[in-house]
Design a protein around this ligand. Structure first.
Ligand code: SF4
Length: 347
């Protein structure tokens, strides 16, 4: 589990008069405004990066990178209509509906992830919300993965309070549920569940005592102001999420966002930097779309404060080429992994 974070705002870094008046506003309200976050986005790139670096080094003196492995335990056939998602049953994509994986299959994947150096094992299911009988099966998986010495995370859709409690009692460390984007852009992307539904699930997760993994996707056609509003919403959660996955849209044929123009990579790096500044102690995770960014942009994201990656997203087997490329990149950048800070076994 990560340290409990504070809601400190690094406003001593603002320099201009206008910025100083923003500082007073934040101190009075205790929350980030969208305008303040837009002002961060608008900083000269080097100033933004310097500010993000300073905060990152203060918050994570070891400078380590967390490796999380994601396993899809129930793929496809989802009744929701998230416009970016190939797992939605209503879109004609290459993803076909599959059954929930069995316990042994999940534990084999978790062992492989651990052997490859992962710290955390995330289990994802393409459900609108789990049924109680699904929760029973997933709790057995959580107990088994925990027993291997891995941190556990699950993303199963919307959760009722009692379901969150059952997952916590099984040993689940983190629950992932993304806000995806800003509230006003949300309806352009998803119509089958509301923003408030997502906030309710996050409340249930917090009330059950689990850590929150919550982020979203950028590059879906939202404006910079909407990206700022999305980050404000995350940063103003009290407390803000311990893990913040920032995905770069990967347009998938057959989904409504298949032809979406890619976000400028510099804007993506700015988004990472702003996430770091506004949520100093969160693990900011480079998630979907990372490979497409290329090595140089990924390196800039690490400079901007990213310190977690999804690693070997497929079922891991020996010689997984993506995991090997990741190891090479981290080694070239001299970045230690979270585990290697303690044991020096990886990279
Ligand atoms: S709820 Fe999850 S699996 Fe279902 S369509 Fe949305 S993103 Fe995809």
């Amino acid at each position: 589990m990560l340290d409990t974070q504070t809601a400190e705002k690094p406003l001593t870094h603002f320099k201009s008069k206008a910025d100083l008046s923003q500082q007073s506003a934040v101190e009075a309200s205790g929350a980030w405004t969208v305008a303040q976050i837009e002002a961060l986005f608008a900083l000269p790139f080097n100033d933004l990066m310097a500010q993000a670096q300073e905060i990152h080094r203060l918050s994570f003196p070891e400078g380590d990178v967390e490796l999380a492995t994601l396993l899809s335990i129930k793929t496809g056939g989802c009744p929701e209509d998230c416009s970016y998602c190939p797992q939605a049953a209503r879109y004609d994509t290459d993803v076909k509906a599959e059954k929930l994986l069995g316990l042994e299959e999940v534990l084999e994947a978790a062992k492989a992830a651990k052997a490859a150096g992962s710290n955390r094992f995330c289990m994802g299911a393409a459900w609108r919300e789990p049924k109680d009988r699904d929760i029973e099966k997933v709790t057995a998986m959580i107990k088994g993965v925990k027993a291997l010495g891995l941190e556990t995370c699950a993303t199963l859709g919307m959760l009722e309070a009692g379901q969150a409690q059952a997952l916590q009692e099984a040993g689940l460390d983190f629950y992932n549920h993304n806000l995806d984007t800003s509230e006003d852009f949300y309806r352009s992307v998803i119509s089958t569940r509301g923003y408030q539904d997502r906030l309710d699930t996050l409340s249930n997760v917090r009330a059950a005592g689990m850590s929150v993994c919550c982020g979203g996707i950028v590059g879906m056609g939202e404006s910079r102001q909407q990206r700022a509003a999305f980050l404000a919403r995350l940063a103003n959660l009290n407390p803000y999420p311990e893990s913040v996955p920032i995905n770069h849209l990967v347009p998938v044929a057959g989904t409504p966002l298949a032809d979406q123009k890619p976000l400028d990579p510099i804007e993506f790096v700015r988004t990472i930097a702003v996430a770091r500044i506004t949520m100093p102690k969160a693990r900011v995770r480079l998630s979907a779309g990372r490979q497409e960014l290329g090595r140089a942009v990924q390196a800039m994201c690490f400079m901007a404060g990213a310190n977690s990656i999804f690693y070997g997203e497929q079922l891991l087997t020996t010689g997984n080429p993506e995991a090997e490329q990741d190891r090479e990149l981290l080694a070239e950048l001299g970045l230690k992994t979270k585990q290697s800070c303690k044991t020096e076994v990886l990279v």
